[in-house]
Design a protein around this ligand. Structure first.
Ligand SMILES: Cc1ncc(C[n+]2csc(CCOP(=O)(O)OP(=O)(O)O)c2C)c(N)n1
Ligand SMILES: CC(=O)[C@@H](O)[C@H](O)COP(=O)(O)O
Ligand SMILES: [Mg+2]
Length: 622
């Protein structure tokens, strides 16, 4: 079957399990081929082929609400709901999104990208159903990694208490991006090991549910099961919360999935079906991956699984930062590194191997990561939290209430700062400047190159200056000079990359190098501009700002960030507050979400392009 021609999932209901197995193979082949060109979250999707088919067989989407946690594993759902023919545009500019998108399909009833939201969303949808007198099913699908997120646990607490009718699918593949961690993960391991007992329990329950004889028989049967459960089962966690546990179920076996889902439908209260799957199933390189490389990646060679490298010059920003911190940690055991489930992306695996006692992977728990760092800092430790800008949003109050208010020495490596490209609007790192700038004690830096990043790490560890954030983008860091001596930077100072007399271009991060190139081109046309590296976004260089105000040349600020609360807005406020009359134009993201696609194309859209900046500069000088 040509899976790209599927229009809607209704045909699945008529297929035998043998036919579904055949369809599973065809879908896997299609996914492996298309993702080899587009890249994507292939590992997670290969693991849920049978599960997705089964859900669409037993539930009636979109009346029944299938909610994908994180949403990175929704490709099969997209294919079944008529989007297979668009897969060559997956995660590309103006193409199919890598996460559920309501505007793409009425079957995408919930949008995500960040983890652990599905249970709360499901609870909301189920309560709406009950209040409005509807009868549809609500089916959140949450991974073993996502279930470690605080929000998911808050939701379980509420769901169990409220006894809301929900069918929770726990997709347990033992992996987060990296191997999953934590006590919950250990508990799932024990449940999987107790498989025999659980099979018995599952069979006994279906048997008892089929028996006639009314409530009395059912009550005594429940009592037998309960006492047995206390004797043998580790996984009473969910049942104790008031959520019926079914499983573990082989997530690649249609018969087992059929049984479990059919049983769940007979129970009018919250049910959790524990489905065990294999991440990467059906593609050898992804199946044998124990690190997390195949969770999500760019294009690869189909035959070998070899990842196709781009034009990467210089070290990855994340590696540069993590290895630099590692050097300090080797000398000083007070330096510890914390990651909320991103050791692979944040390139902390070397740190983890070399200094396991100074390393903490806390799971998908950004709030806990930040407050734990605050706790460490109160004891004179020097914690480094590597955290993606987008996921830092989860910890707004912890950054404010726990770290900044107590003015604690915590260093944040704000990874994936700026536009990230293929992951799109849920993942762009464009809000942190705005919200961190509000906090009185925070110092915010962004290096233009790898050398400056090294100086910034040095500055952070050599000064006790309260909370500090070093932002750095996805991709690779240019190394512009040999670094032997590490500087301590004067906090709140900017530098002139070049001096001019017609206009000032101000930016931070690698964009500074980009505007230096623009300045070169303008010079050839007789326009001589200041290029200013605002390496400290907070505090700003007030001395230089007064200088610029007095010179009263026009200013253009350029930032890969939201305009509201951004550097340009803060400069505008400063100039106005001090009655300077400079004409100022801000280039950045103006009150909108930026979708997925090639970063250069996205930058062009927001006005960060050579042509646009040059033309604006010329118009201001006239
Ligand atoms: C709040 C938040 N933190 C971190 C991430 C990054 N992230 C995306 S998927 C993932 C692992 C999810 O593991 P699991 O739920 O088990 O799904 P699997 O990929 O194993 O199917 C992580 C850490 C995220 N999307 N959101
Ligand atoms: C779905 C998710 O949140 C992560 O898998 C994310 O896509 C990782 O991004 P990087 O590829 O930039 O590490
Ligand atoms: Mg998992």
């Amino acid at each position: 079957m040509d899976v790209s021609s599927i229009k809607n999932p209704s045909f699945i209901k008529d297929l035998s399990n043998q036919e579904l197995e055949q369809l599973s193979s065809e879908i896997r082949k299609f996914l492996i081929e298309t993702c080899s060109i587009t890249g994507g979250h292939i590992g997670a999707n290969l693991g849920v082929v049978e599960l997705t088919l089964s859900l669409h067989k037993h539930f009636n989407s979109p009346i029944d609400k299938i909610i994908w946690d994180v949403g990175h594993q929704s490709y099969i759902h997209k294919i079944l709901t008529g989007r297979g023919h668009e897969f060559n545009s997956l995660r590309q500019y103006k193409g199919l999104c890598g996460f559920p998108k309501t505007k793409e399909s009425r079957h995408d009833v919930w949008e995500a990208g960040h983890s652990s939201t599905s249970l709360s969303a499901a609870m909301g949808m189920a309560k709406a159903r009950d209040i409005l007198g509807n009868t549809n099913h609500v089916v959140p699908v949450i991974g073993d990694g996502a279930l470690t997120g605080g929000m998911a646990l808050e939701a379980l607490n509420h769901i169990g208490h409220d006894k809301t009718n929900l069918t929770i699918i726990l997709n347990d593949n033992e992996m987060s991006i990296a191997p999953n961690v934590g006590a919950m993960h250990n508990m799932f391991g024990r449940i999987r090991t107790n498989h025999n007992y659980n099979r018995f329990k599952f069979d006994a329950e279906s048997f008892m549910n089929r028996l006639p004889g009314g409530d009395r028989l059912r009550v005594s049967a429940d009592k037998i099961k309960d006492s047995l459960k206390y004797l043998v089962v580790d996984g009473i966690f969910f049942e104790e919360l008031g959520i019926k546990y079914i499983g573990p179920v082989d997530g690649h076996n249609f018969k087992e999935l059929d049984e479990a889902i059919n049983t769940s439908k007979q129970i009018n209260k919250p049910v959790l079906i524990h489905v065990v799957t294999k991440k990467g199933k059906g593609y050898k390189p992804a199946e044998v991956d124990t690190i997390g490389t195949w969770h999500g990646l760019g294009p690869y060679k189909l035959e070998t699984g070899e990842v196709i490298k781009g034009n990467e010059e210089g070290p990855a920003w994340s590696a540069l930062m993590s290895n630099q911190v590692l050097e300090y940690a080797k000398q000083d055991k007070r330096v510890v590194a914390i990651t909320p489930a991103m050791p692979v992306g944040s390139k902390l695996t070397k740190f983890q191997q070399e200094l396991p006692d100074q390393f903490f992977d806390v799971g998908i728990a950004e709030q806990h990561a930040v407050t734990m760092a605050a706790g460490l800092a109160t004891q004179g430790m020097k914690p480094y939290v590597a955290i993606y800008s987008t996921f830092m949003q989860r910890a707004y109050d912890q950054l404010l209430h726990d770290v900044d208010r107590q003015n604690l020495n915590v260093l944040f490596g704000v990874d994936r700062a700026g536009l990230v490209g293929a992951d799109g609007e849920t993942h762009q790192g464009v809000f942190d400047v705005g919200f961190l700038s509000q906090f009185p004690n925070f110092t915010i830096m962004m290096p233009k190159d790898g050398n400056e990043a090294i100086d910034m790490v040095n500055t952070a560890f050599k000064t006790d200056h309260g909370p500090m954030a070093i932002r750095y983008p996805r991709g690779n860091a240019p190394m512009l000079r040999d670094t032997k001596e590490h500087e301590i930077l004067d906090i709140g100072t900017w530098t002139y990359e070049r001096k001019g007399s017609n206009l000032s271009l101000i930016s931070y991060g690698p964009t500074v190098n980009f505007i230096s190139d623009i300045a070169d081109e303008l010079l050839k046309e007789g326009i001589n501009v200041n290029v200013i590296n605002a390496r400290f976004i907070k505090p700003m260089d007030f001395e230089m700002l007064h200088e610029l105000g007095k010179e009263s040349m026009p200013i253009i600020t350029i930032e890969e960030s939201m305009l509201t609360g951004g550097l340009g807005s803060q400069i505008a406020t400063f100039l106005k507050d001090h009655d300077y009359k400079n004409v100022l134009r801000r280039i950045g993201i103006d009150n909108e979400y930026i979708e997925h696609g090639d970063v250069d194309l996205l930058l062009e859209d927001i006005g960060i392009s050579k042509a646009k900046i040059k033309s604006l500069a010329k118009s201001l000088i006239k």
